[in-house]
Design a protein around this ligand. Structure first.
Ligand code: SAH
Ligand code: DHB
Ligand code: MG
Length: 219
């Protein structure tokens, strides 16, 4: 049976309609991203819902995101936080950060989310130096070549029992048979660590495209 007969689009639509329907706030956030010229490379609604369920599963109170774009995944994640919870999200592009701040304010999440502007690797090093308290969940979704560096920089910032997540765990890997790209090296680093329990969850992205979310539980 060919991929087209599997009809991945229909399965993706079913999951989204049943479990991850966007509300007006999420639709407006995507509309503002589009009006502001941001690329449509946010997580899908079903991946956003998965992030949210995972954050709730571990009772996350402090979340770190690398790669904000227009704040779409940040809205899904921040909605999992308790009243005193906090999300810090790192972004290099000041226009993206501006759109994200507006989207998060419109979502009523401005008080819970801090968008930090700058190169993520530099911000992470600054966090180490400043003794940043540990995070419960870290979601990596920025420049793919830096994933191995983010892996090393993020693990010390994650509490035991915390979740390290990274988007796009499958698409570049499948395009690169040598598996030398940043995402493939990240996956190999995670797989080799005995102090992490890791797996890639394939994600249907629509138009018959498949990508993946890699999950690593810090033991
Ligand atoms: N998580 C977002 C999508 C992020 S797209 C969502 O699902 O809604 C990737 C983002 O990473 C872009 O906004 C890009 O500007 C940002 N980025 C790229 N390189 C970066 C770097 N070195 N440091 C911080 N952010 C970076
Ligand atoms: C693309 C998708 C992503 O999830 C991402 O983080 C970066 C780029 C893309 O489809 O090009
Ligand atoms: Mg992504």
């Amino acid at each position: 049976m060919g991929t087209s007969e599997l009809n991945l689009q229909a399965l993706a639509d079913y999951i989204t309609a049943a479990f991850a329907e966007e509300d007006a706030v999420l639709r407006a956030a995507r509309a503002r991203m589009q009006q502001s010229g941001l690329p449509p490379i946010n997580v899908s609604p079903s991946e956003g819902k998965l992030l949210q369920v995972l954050a709730r599963l571990i009772g996350a109170q402090r979340i770190l995101e690398i790669g904000t774009l227009g704040g779409y995944s940040a809205i899904w994640l921040a909605r999992a936080l308790p009243p005193e919870g906090k999300l810090v999200t790192l972004e290099i592009d000041c226009h993206h950060a501006e759109v994200a701040r507006e989207n998060l304010a419109q979502a009523g999440l401005g008080h819970k989310v801090e968008v930090r502007l700058g190169r993520a690797a530099e911000t992470l090093r600054h966090m180490h130096a400043q003794g940043e308290p540990p995070f419960d969940l870290i979601f990596i979704d920025a420049d793919k070549e830096s994933y191995p560096e983010y892996f090393e920089l993020c693990l010390p910032l994650l509490r035991r029992g915390g979740l390290l997540l990274a988007d796009n765990a499958l698409s570049p890997v499948m395009r690169d048979p040598q598996r030398t790209g940043g995402v493939a090296r990240y996956n190999a680093l995670a797989a080799a660590r005995a102090d992490l329990a890791s797996i890639i969850v394939p994600m249907l992205r629509g138009e018959d495209r498949v990508d993946g979310l890699i999950l690593s539980l810090k033991l």
